[in-house]
Design a protein around this ligand. Structure first.
Ligand code: UCC
Length: 632
């Protein structure tokens, strides 16, 4: 490597040759007292001398790239979780499969994902002869992703249930390894999983027999992906009043759909579930949530012709560019009603639970991948005379990210475990309540964590984290959607309140006993006592808040919704980390992780209430603050 010292030595070599005209000019300028910039002086070559960075020589130092290793073998926390929970006869085949798949992600899937990013889909409206074709052109890597999803049973695994309730945990762990390399193919897979779940829960009959078989197939020639067309121009969040699509019943019992779907993700899917209002013979429809019914349709017919659908345009998005998102006009689209009339939202809610869980997978996996790469980088990059990993401040920063990621991971696995129990009819009523509450809590909390952790993770690479061809920035772009689609943070916070209201508070009672149970388990383990105490205090503050809020007006509760959900997430995650640290195979690092987690504000809803954030005048003050000076 060139060093300053070496170049000085070279400058002093041999007799000085005669000055050329340019050097003579410079020498004259310098002797006349004109100074030159130091860099320019150092670059000034003497003929015949080889200088670093001269002309085509770009220097000898190249930063070693952080390589992606087998993400299963490198994830000690994931392995310990599986060892602690899976029965031995399940652990062995599952860990073998994950190890094999982890290698496959690094060897093949990661570069396919990159190709999907570099070759985004395009829309071909017309063929060369002027015919309207509305063809979404995707790259070969995207198509290969679909084959891999089938071959690896990324959906099938959850429905075959060969490991009983643990099949969901297996599937989720596999998707967790796959997600950051998947080039957003996780999006169609989330909806495919959600559609299979809805079909299974509504009953697999009629046209749904074929659909369910294809959604859960391991045969790439048969495997179908599904869409989830819920969003219309008037409402992404407020589906009940935003849905304008109508359905007219046909003599053969099918329906003909008309409407405009404003956001449809992974629009190259084979089928979809969608909502519409049934129009009666007088042309009237019922408004509101109870006017919505759920429909199933195939996107194309046997010859590949679109089913009464026009693709208006593809969306230009901040991220998830690997995947086509389209605006669709439905005009005479043949569909099958699959829910009771007016039960559309309640029926598609099963799909939302699954896609929201997939959102949690993407969030946690995105954080894990960023840390994994930053960890590799820190052991190769030298700054101020030592590796990045030997700088305590850098390690402190990464340790904070690690604690967030481990907590989020346990929350994800808790949902997968409960879902597995529900799907194999092994769940008690308490498990079902807990699952209902934890899905929106985890979705909203991990989405926010993912953006923060991935953003901080990019910083760990300095300028390289900001440069496109490292493949790093896409992680942050793609993370931003995690708090938006499948319900924004506030919509999810309101869904948490909905689950409380609908169950008449039972979900909260179950939540508290589940936390309590975990704390009792951990309280006898040395090193965990003070963290148990911190969580007990937080739970107590939460109880007190609930008692106070019980007597308050609805708007006050709504104002507290986000902080309330954050509190539920922090306390439950803390309890999971303590439970994990109390397992027989736990390490001292597990104890340290739980301790670190419990040092944050575990009950923000109580802290915020004390600042007056939910007081009677708070809402109007907030509005005045936001709109001060505005002409609107
Ligand atoms: O499609 C989209 C992008 C797809 C991409 C997927 C990728 C996934 C991640 C991949 C990772 C890489 S984005 C569009 C998604 N749209 C949403 O998420 C909608 C957001 N809005 C809401 O969630 C709202 O809260 C609504 C739509 C659910 C509100 O509807 P309503 O009709 O006004 O609400 P109601 O009246 O309270 O609920 C109607 C019924 C009730 O049941 P019943 O009638 O029996 O009382 C509720 O209990 O639906 C039930 N319900 C639920 N049940 C509502 N929400 C839920 C729920 N979460 N779980 C169970």
């Amino acid at each position: 490597m060139w060093s300053r010292r070496t170049s000085h030595t070279l400058w002093q070599l041999g007799p000085l040759p005669p000055l050329g005209p340019e050097l003579a000019r410079r020498a004259a300028r310098t002797s006349a007292g004109q100074s030159e910039p130091a860099a320019a002086r150092e670059k000034c070559p003497l003929p015949g001398l080889k200088m670093p960075f001269a002309r085509a020589d770009i220097g000898a130092f190249f930063q070693e790239q952080p390589r992606l290793g087998n993400q299963y073998l490198e994830d000690a926390f994931l392995q310990r979780y599986l060892e602690a929970h899976l029965p031995p006869q399940v652990l062995e085949p599952v860990s073998l499969d994950l190890e094999r798949f982890g290698a496959c992600v690094a060897a093949e899937i990661d570069s396919l994902g990159r190709e999907c990013e570099l070759s985004p889909p395009t829309l071909q409206h017309y063929d060369a002869w002027g015919r309207r074709v509305d063809h979404i052109v995707t790259c070969p890597a995207w198509k290969r992703m679909k084959e891999i999803a089938a071959e690896e049973g990324l959906i099938a695994e959850a429905y075959e249930r060969r490991y009983s309730s643990w099949s969901r945990v297996h599937q989720v762990a596999k998707l967790y390894l796959y997600s950051p390399s998947a080039g957003c193919f996780t999006c169609p897979l989330a909806m495919t999983d959600g559609a299979a779940k809805v079909i299974e829960s509504l009953g697999i009959s009629g046209p749904l027999v074929k659909a369910f078989g294809q959604l859960t197939s391991r045969d790439p020639r048969k495997f179908w992906t599904s869409g989830q067309w819920m969003t219309e121009r008037k409402g992404g969040s407020d589906v009940a009043s935003g849905t304008e699509s109508v359905a007219r019943e046909q003599p053969d019992g099918t329906y003909c759909l008309s409407g405009f779907k404003w956001f449809t993700s992974a629009t190259d899917s084979d089928m979809t579930l969608t909502l519409a209002r049934i129009m009666d013979a007088q042309g009237c429809v019922k408004q509101g949530s109870r006017g919505l019914t759920l429909f199933f349709l195939e996107v194309r017919d046997q010859e590949g012709k679109l089913n009464g659908i026009e693709i208006q345009r593809l969306k230009e998005k901040l991220g998830t560019r690997q995947m086509p998102t389209a605006e669709l006009l439905l005009d005479g689209c043949k569909a099958h009603r699959i829910s009771e009339v007016g039960r559309g939202v309640a029926s598609i809610a099963n799909m939302l639970s699954i896609t929201r869980m997939h959102n949690v997978i993407a969030s946690v996996a995105g954080m894990r991948r960023m840390i994994s790469l930053a960890r590799a980088y820190a052991s190769k990059r030298v700054v101020f005379g030592k590796f990045l990993k030997d700088h305590p401040l850098h390690m402190q920063t990464m340790a904070r990210l690690e604690v967030e990621t481990r907590g989020a991971f346990l929350l994800l696995m808790e949902i997968a475990r409960l879902l597995g129990l529900e799907e194999t009819k092994m769940a008690g009523e308490q498990d079902l309540h807990l699952l209902r509450l934890l899905v929106p809590v985890a979705k909203l909390y991990t989405g926010k964590q993912a953006i923060a952790v991935i953003s901080e993770g990019l910083e760990c690479f300095g300028g390289q984290g900001y440069v496109e061809d490292t493949g790093l920035p896409v992680a942050l772009r793609d993370a931003q959607v995690l708090t938006i689609w499948e319900g924004t943070t506030n919509i999810l916070a309101l869904d948490v309140l909905r689950s409380l209201t609908k169950s008449q508070g039972q979900v909260f009672t179950v939540y508290c006993s589940a936390v309590q149970e975990k704390l009792e388990l951990a309280s006898s383990i040395s090193g965990l006592g003070s963290s148990v105490q911190l969580l007990q205090d937080a739970l107590h503050r939460l109880h007190q808040f609930m008692q106070r809020v019980g007597s308050k007006r609805a708007p006050a509760i709504e104002l507290a919704a986000r902080d309330f959900a954050y509190t539920l997430a922090r306390i439950y995650t803390g309890a999971l980390l303590l439970e994990h640290a109390a397992q027989p195979g736990a390490s001292s690092i597990d104890t340290y992780t739980a301790q670190r987690w419990c040092k944050q504000d575990l009950c923000p809803v109580d802290s915020e209430e004390k600042t007056g954030c939910y007081d009677a005048q708070a809402a109007s003050l907030d509005t005045a603050l936001v709109y001060e000076g505005s002409k609107l």
